[in-house]
Write a protein that binds this ligand. Structure first.
Ligand code: SF4
Length: 197
């Protein structure tokens, strides 16, 4: 089965999943979307209200910030794969709990295995902490770790993990937008076989 078929299968598993309580209040799960053979995956934290309503990742205000940063880095939504660490919306946009992350992260790892990216950009502290832990790094602060490349195996795939800020943080603090764009530029260079810096 190709990566597109495998991703569709994972999407169906997410639709049927009741492994944590978040399925009870969601309108739609948000498995993710993009190129099934993407060299770059972007991983946010969890769906918000607009994402829950549409079933698509990063379609609200944070999505606009992300799209601008992607464009600034010479990338488009269609050539990356965008998803979240947790696939159903936590009520009131609260942070996902450790139990919810534990229950849901297997889907992210299966998506990584299906796509086989070179680079994973972790958007925000929850996905950064999780992905850093997969490559044996204990991440305590985004601002301390952003701009670094963490290499290792995630979901059985050799990847470079780039922790960066969440686009939602850049809505309230526009000074963070250039940092997000800079990190996406580095991701694009790495995905093309160049160096990050
Ligand atoms: Fe299942 Fe993840 Fe949704 Fe929880 S958040 S119900 S683990 S798909």
């Amino acid at each position: 089965m190709g990566s597109r078929g495998r991703l569709e299968e994972i999407g169906l598993q997410i639709l049927r999943c009741r492994a944590c309580d978040l399925w009870r209040e969601r309108k739609n799960p948000v498995p993710g979307e993009g190129d099934p053979a993407a060299e770059i995956m972007l991983v946010g934290e969890a769906p918000g209200r607009r994402e829950d309503e549409s079933g698509r990742p990063f379609v609200g205000a944070a999505g606009k910030v992300l799209e601008l940063a992607l464009r600034g880095a010479g990338l488009s939504r269609g050539e990356v794969f965008i998803t979240n660490l947790v696939k159903c919306r936590p009520p009131g946009n609260r942070d996902p709990s450790p139990g919810e992350v534990r229950a849901c992260s297997r889907f992210l790892l299966e998506q990584v295995r299906a796509i086989g990216p070179r680079v994973i950009v972790a958007l925000g502290r929850h996905s950064s902490r999780f992905l850093a832990s997969q490559v044996g790094v204990r991440l305590d602060s985004i601002l301390r770790f952003r701009g670094r490349v963490l290499r290792g195996r995630v979901g059985g795939v050799d990847v470079s993990v780039i922790p960066t800020i969440h686009p939602a943080a850049a809505i309230y603090n526009p000074g963070l937008r250039p940092l997000l764009e800079e990190d996406l530029k580095g991701a694009a260079r790495l995905a093309r076989g160049g160096s990050y810096g």
